[in-house]
Ligand binder design. Structure first.
Ligand SMILES: NC(=O)c1ccc[n+]([C@@H]2O[C@H](COP(=O)([O-])OP(=O)(O)OC[C@H]3O[C@@H](n4cnc5c(N)ncnc54)[C@H](OP(=O)(O)O)[C@@H]3O)[C@@H](O)[C@H]2O)c1
Length: 324
């Protein structure tokens, strides 16, 4: 087991895990099995990724073959916004657990703040952003404190060992801390040298909230959406400074990006379907950057770039956004 982070729930979370977004369904079981074999213990899934069943098959095979026990694994899943109404939270986690073939998640996150109108799984699953499956975005009026109370009941019912949040900014966290009976154990955010967010990290440190970075390689996984600001940037693994530091340490640029995050205290969950990258990414904590290098990399942040935000996906349509 590599380095871990102690959560406020008392449970340990591996600092280097494996991201499952866009791992293709046909490959997912084998990818997960291989990742367990290589030594990954944390798997970051979500209902929205549409591959929880296949990922669960990989886990089941790894346990059956004696590679690992359930207790040694740390499995994360996430609640999609259409399931944020209070009475929809438990059925949503039960569906994800059933797909994975598990009794509990180690960590269950609210995927994005901002409840959307419920879409029954028999209509479409995973439901995505749009109520009609095409372009219509319909809000639900459920505020976060209602969703969070339902999340807390998942811990009481032992369906989730820890609960947390994703894509939340400071103001909403400050609000949550006023009403949470169980404070969020973890926050998952987009984090890379173009989006450093030191103030948010300071807040989380002060409040005992562990932070996991996603999209550690920056624009890489947003190119397929045709985002112009992602296409306009040089890939971080080709960035001159990152390459120079990598050469100095005899490491890959990708490992420099992951080590920069882990030395700043974050967990990382890089995604790949390629064996060579899996090995590189898992081995990202066996060397240290010096403080000056960490600061040089942090200084790359122009303070204005963010790829993963709903407004990039939810452009107003002719019918506009409707409120339920
Ligand atoms: N909470 C949220 O809203 C949210 C949003 C986004 C992501 N996430 C989570 O975070 C995970 C990681 O984020 P991400 O999927 O956006 O992207 P990422 O891990 O930053 O980047 C993935 C891309 O980098 C490539 N790559 C992986 N390892 C590499 C290496 N060692 N060298 C060079 N290229 C490498 C992959 O290529 P190949 O695939 O071709 O190997 C893929 O194109 C996701 O899978 C998901 O679990 C959460």
């Amino acid at each position: 087991m590599g380095p871990t982070i102690k959560l406020s729930s008392g449970h340990e979370m591996p600092q280097v895990g494996f991201g499952l977004w866009k791992v293709e369904n046909e490959k997912a079981a084998d990818v997960v099995y291989d990742a367990v074999k290589l030594g990954y213990r944390l798997f970051d899934g979500a209902a929205d990724y549409g591959n929880e069943k296949e990922c669960g098959e990989g886990i089941a095979r790894a346990i059956k073959d004696g590679l690992v026990t359930r207790e040694e694994l740390f499995i994360t899943s996430k609640l999609w916004p259409v399931f944020e109404d209070g009475d929809k939270v438990e059925p949503a986690i039960r569906r994800s657990l059933s797909d994975w073939g598990l009794d509990y998640f180690d960590l269950y996150l609210v995927h994005f703040p901002g409840a959307l109108k419920y879409v029954d799984p028999s209509v479409r699953y995973p439901p995505g952003w749009h109520y009609d499956g095409k372009s219509e975005v319909v809000r639900s009026n459920t505020p976060m404190h209602v969703t969070w109370a339902a999340m807390e009941s998942l811990v009481d019912k032992k369906l989730a060992r820890s609960i947390g949040i994703s894509n939340f900014q400071a103001q909403l966290i400050y609000d949550m801390l006023r009403y949470a009976r169980i404070p969020p154990a973890a926050l998952q955010i987009e984090h890379h040298p173009y989006l450093v967010q030191q103030e948010l990290l300071n807040l989380c440190k002060a409040e005992g909230i562990a932070v996991t970075a996603y999209s550690s390689f920056g624009p890489a996984s947003f190119l397929t959406f045709g985002f112009k600001h992602a296409q306009a940037l040089k890939p971080l693994v080709e960035d001159d400074l990152i390459v120079e530091i990598a050469n100095k340490h005899g490491k890959e640029p990708s490992q420099i990006l992951l080590r920069w995050a882990t030395q700043r205290g974050l967990a990382v969950i890089p995604k790949t379907s390629q064996h060579v990258f899996m090995t590189q990414n898992l081995g990202c904590t066996d060397f240290d950057l010096d403080q000056a290098e960490i600061e040089q990399i942090s200084a790359k942040d122009p303070g204005r770039i963010r790829f993963n935000q709903p407004s990039n996906y939810l452009r107003p349509t002719s019918s506009g956004f409707s409120v339920n």
